[in-house]
Design a protein around this ligand. Structure first.
Ligand code: ADP
Ligand code: MG
Length: 679
């Protein structure tokens, strides 16, 4: 039977950080800012907050730890609650968007960076906290980068900071890789604590399947499955970690693996006689948390574990016992696409540093192997050296509004760790102006102050506020909630026959609304399920994810609460509507989505109206797919680029509804805003 290091290894006392416990606590005591670096898996995220808790840092306030990823915040909090032997949500809790699992007692709080940013908005001096730990800073997520700048602004002058708070705040910045010099310089040369860690060698091999010409094609799923099976059959005991890009792909790969693994004859096919089976586990962001917990458990003796994961397993979560990596070489990323003129979700080659990080996951407890399915040439020609920070590649509209509401008017000279291009900042200002969130002089309007309260995309918030001023928020609240949760519709790629049935059911739901459009379908699903006596059975029947819908119900309640609160304290705008009632939903949507208008040009091709004039297609998941010929003007929720540029969640509109709004897209002169931005 194979020996397992896993159990011993995850004992907190065996983690590299343990030997440095006292010195670390001292270092936090001594300096207002501290950088902590250490290999992934050394125990930073799970242990340091516990050390500080034990050392009495929670006397005056909480310890807050941010994570760029929602799943990481939740699973790590679970783990720490378990280690501290308390119920999750009491001493140890977590808060992520639309899910708050904390209480009065909570002293150690894991949260997403977005949540902490919202807390700064409500209380800029973070008076409830004694320690704030920004974790996974090397990921360079947009919100973490903004928090770095804000904390530097507020707390780097001790005299100023003392005026705002009754006791000093400790800021700890944690990172896996070696950007410590840059981070230290950013915080006035603050001390750096490096946790020495031992890493074992990982041998990497390149494959022959994906070369420079294959960037646009996505047959890598099959290749990854093939390589993973090869490893299973020919390599010694030890678990496998496979990197893919997203949920549907991962589920597809797991299905394929499962099918193939069933035909293995362990008496003859498998080289290592101690290996008697394969346990296949998916891991992605929107997975149920009880399923996620399985990932960390060592497999039964004789069974090899194979985790098929998104990039989340690269640094945010450490799985013990991994000896083999299968790297697809791709990642799904939200990028600002200058061709389309907006943020789009894209599958792109990872950077070389990312590939090294992935490979490193195999060398934590002993020497490992990494199988790259791409060629050396792909590595050289298609993979950039480093991953570009999110702040330099996505829309800044929401964070610029947050900064403005925090009183940061000069958004160009804000202390960014890496400056975004000026045109991205100007683009954000322009969009805020178009949404009436700021005025021509760059000052936040009343509407802008309302908008910043919602943890939604500004366009969607604009539509929601419009509906509230017209008194028809019951139409928009469910839609906003449904757009905030992932994967409502079950559309399996592998069960072909069942897929047709799912499509038929979804079609029927769309038709039920009378006017076929994807937003109305979301509303219909929400309301039908809500009014059903047996909602989970209803979901099953209609190929809807019950879990996703349950979270949509909760999100809707929370959005409704925010709205009610605003309606009570502010003199909330009201308007009357003299049009056709059946148009109400679509008219409200137009007031937020006029930036996403497209007009059909020829055949099934649409042209966007935002000045970029990009050619786009209706995505097959839309209820309007293959009915394009009957359409003329549409609005859409988002854009996906694969082999074509697709628009998703689509709704037909009339030109008159956006006629007065469209000129706004070209009206503002960005140079005017540029001078405003600097004032
Ligand atoms: P770092 O932040 O330095 O990357 P972590 O504190 O995340 O390190 O991880 C330390 C150890 O705790 C790892 O061995 C990891 O496998 C283990 N661990 C973390 N979360 C869980 C969990 N939910 N279940 C089991 N083990 C976990
Ligand atoms: Mg960590």
């Amino acid at each position: 039977k194979p020996t397992r290091l896993a159990v011993k290894d995850s004992e907190p006392k065996h983690l590299p950080i343990y030997q440095h416990k006292n010195k670390l606590v001292q270092a936090v005591r001594k300096s207002p800012f501290l950088i902590v670096t250490g290999e992934t898996g050394s125990g930073k995220t799970t242990q340091l907050p516990q050390y500080l808790h034990e050392a009495g840092f929670c006397k005056n306030g909480k310890i807050g730890i941010t994570q760029p990823r929602r799943v990481a915040a939740i699973t790590v909090a679970q783990r720490v609650a378990q280690e501290m032997k308390c119920t999750l949500g009491r001493e140890v809790g977590y808060q992520v968007r639309f899910d708050d699992c904390t209480s009065q007692e909570t002293a150690v709080k894991y949260m997403t960076d977005g949540c902490l940013l919202r807390e700064v908005l409500a209380d800029p001096s973070l008076s409830q906290y004694s320690v704030v730990i920004l974790d996974e800073v090397h990921e360079r997520s947009l919100n973490t980068d903004i928090l770095l700048g804000l904390l530097k602004n507020v707390f780097s002058d001790p005299a100023e900071a003392a005026k705002r708070r009754s006791f000093p705040l400790k800021v700890v910045v944690m990172s896996a890789t070696l950007e410590s010099d840059k981070l230290s310089a950013f915080f006035n040369n603050c001390p750096v604590f490096e946790i020495p860690g031992r890493v074992f060698p990982v041998t990497c091999t390149f494959g022959s399947a994906v070369g420079p010409k294959d960037v646009e094609r996505n047959f890598y799923v099959k290749e990854v499955v093939k390589v993973a099976l090869d490893v299973h059959i020919s390599e010694k005991a030890g678990d496998i970690l496979v990197f893919l890009t997203g949920q549907s792909e991962i589920e597809h790969a797991c299905d394929l693996l499962f099918e193939k693994a069933e035909n293995i004859d362990y008496r003859y096919d498998v080289q290592d006689r101690t290996v008697e089976g394969l346990l296949i586990l998916p891991l992605y962001g929107s997975m149920p948390t009880d399923q996620q917990r399985q990932i960390f458990q060592p497999p039964p003796p004789g069974i090899r574990k194979c985790v098929v994961a998104t990039n989340i397993a690269a640094t945010s979560l450490t799985i013990n016992g991994i000896k083999y990596i299968v790297d697809s070489g791709f990642v799904k990323q939200l990028n600002h696409n200058s061709r389309v003129g907006m943020d789009v979700l894209e599958v792109v080659p990872i950077s070389k540093s990312e590939a090294q990080q992935r490979a490193g996951r195999a060398g934590r407890t002993s020497a490992g192997k990494c199988f790259r399915i791409y060629t050396k040439e792909f590595w050289e020609k298609c993979m950039p050296e480093y991953t570009i920070p999110e702040i330099q590649r996505t829309s800044l509209t929401a964070v610029i509004l947050t900064l403005k509401c925090l009183g940061v008017h000069d958004v160009i000279r804000f202390p960014y760790l890496d400056c975004p291009e000026e045109r991205f900042i100007l683009e954000a200002l322009k969009q805020l102006y178009q949404f009436d969130a700021i005025d021509r002089r760059g000052k936040v309007t009343k509407l802008g102050e309302l908008m910043v309260e919602f943890p939604l995309h500004p366009g969607l918030t604009r539509a929601l506020l419009k509906s509230a001023s017209l008194g028809c928020q019951d139409l928009l609240l469910p839609v906003a909630a449904m757009l905030s949760v992932e994967n409502i519709f079950i559309r399996s790629v592998t069960w072909r026959t069942l897929e047709k049935e799912a499509a038929k059911k979804h079609r029927a739901l769309a038709e039920k609304t009378g006017s076929i459009n994807d937003f109305a379908t979301l509303l219909c699903v929400f309301n039908s399920c809500k009014s059903s006596d047996r909602p989970s059975a209803w979901c099953k029947e209609n190929w809807i994810h019950w879990r996703a819908l349950k979270s949509a119900f909760s999100v809707e309640t929370q959005l409704r609460e925010i709205l009610l609160r605003l309606q009570q304290v502010q003199d909330f705008p009201t308007e009357s509507f003299d049009g056709n009632k059946s148009e109400l939903l679509r008219r409200c949507l137009c007031s937020g989505y006029f930036t996403n208008v497209a007009r059909r040009s020829v055949g099934k091709v649409f042209c966007t109206m935002d000045g970029h004039g990009s050619m786009v297609h209706v995505h097959p998941s839309s209820s309007l797919f293959e009915q394009e010929a009957e359409l003329n003007w549409v609005i859409f929720h988002d854009v996906l680029v694969t082999s074509k540029t697709y628009i998703r969640t689509v709704c037909p509109i009339r030109y008159e509804w956006v006629k007065d709004l469209l000129p706004k897209l070209h009206e503002v002169d960005v140079y005017e805003l540029s001078s405003v931005a600097r004032q």
